[in-house]
Design a protein around this ligand. Sequence first.
Ligand code: UDP
Ligand code: MG
Length: 318
Amino acid sequence: MGVEISVVVPVYDEEGSIDKFLARLLPVLAELGVGHEVLFVDDGSRDGTWQAVQLHRRSAGLDGGAPCIRALRLSRNFGKEIALAAGLDAALGDAVVFMDVDLQDPPELIAEFVKLWRSGYQNVYGLRVNRDRDSWMKRLSAALFYRMFNWVSDVKIPLNAGDFRLIGPEVVKAVRACRDRRRLMKGLYAWVGFPSVAVPYERPERACGRTKLTAMKLLSVAMDGIVSHSTAPLRAWTWLGLLCVAGAAVLGTALLVEWFAGDRDPPTGFYMTALVVLAFSSLNFLTLGIMGEYLGRIYGEVKDRPLYLVRDDEADGG
Ligand code: UDP
Ligand code: MG
């Protein structure tokens, strides 16, 4: 049986989770009755994670000719986003499911994902109906981040969507073609498009161990996400420059009017200084803005993402 579904699982210092995870995942996959593989991506673990995976690999043996548990070990900790990208590159399946190893993503949902994929959706994502189990800090920062992201970026990430999802062959191919080094996978799924659907679910507590995504890591990914999907921070200077131009124009006009009305000597002192400062600030900001426009375009070119992605092609009339 060929591999139809790859389950990609990034793991970082998770030796205690592997057994429990596979014990719940494998029966679900067997039940699906399709060729599958579980692909662990060891993101530079410092504990016995790799050995734990190897043990299972040996005991799982072959599934119709193909090893149903595969593993990839990165040379160091690259972070979850890159671990997911590495897994996606190595996955053999037509469709790829991404999930965490801590059982916060219920494996039982995969059956539903597959059903929706078969009915035509290329991007089937889990939507957390409650975030009660996250700390208030995490909830607040996530809420702020996704709102800000959606505000400055031209692609939108659904609020409360996670990494737990199934992507169909078209999205697999499209996301693979995006070679962004610093990335937010959720941003890329949104960028590539294709029909998407949400599957709501309750996100339980971590089955064991503690979170590996520290506040610093999350902050860094958040920054990567915004910077790689928006040039708003570069363009902001143009707006600031225009604001200064407007300020200078108002002040300058007011001074001229007073002067010509004869109420005053030629303007000097504070107002004149303010006018000069505003005029030169606007020049500075506008120049920064113009450079930002070029920089943004160069950045877009170096990312070298596909120009567009085709959903249906009936151009040949066939
Ligand atoms: N993870 C990873 N590399 C990292 C951090 C985390 O591969 O640098 C994995 C981790 O082992 C887990 C998944 O990413 O399988 C989600 O991490 P975690 O459960 O700690 O995040 P949370 O659920 O707290 O957001
Ligand atoms: Mg977790």
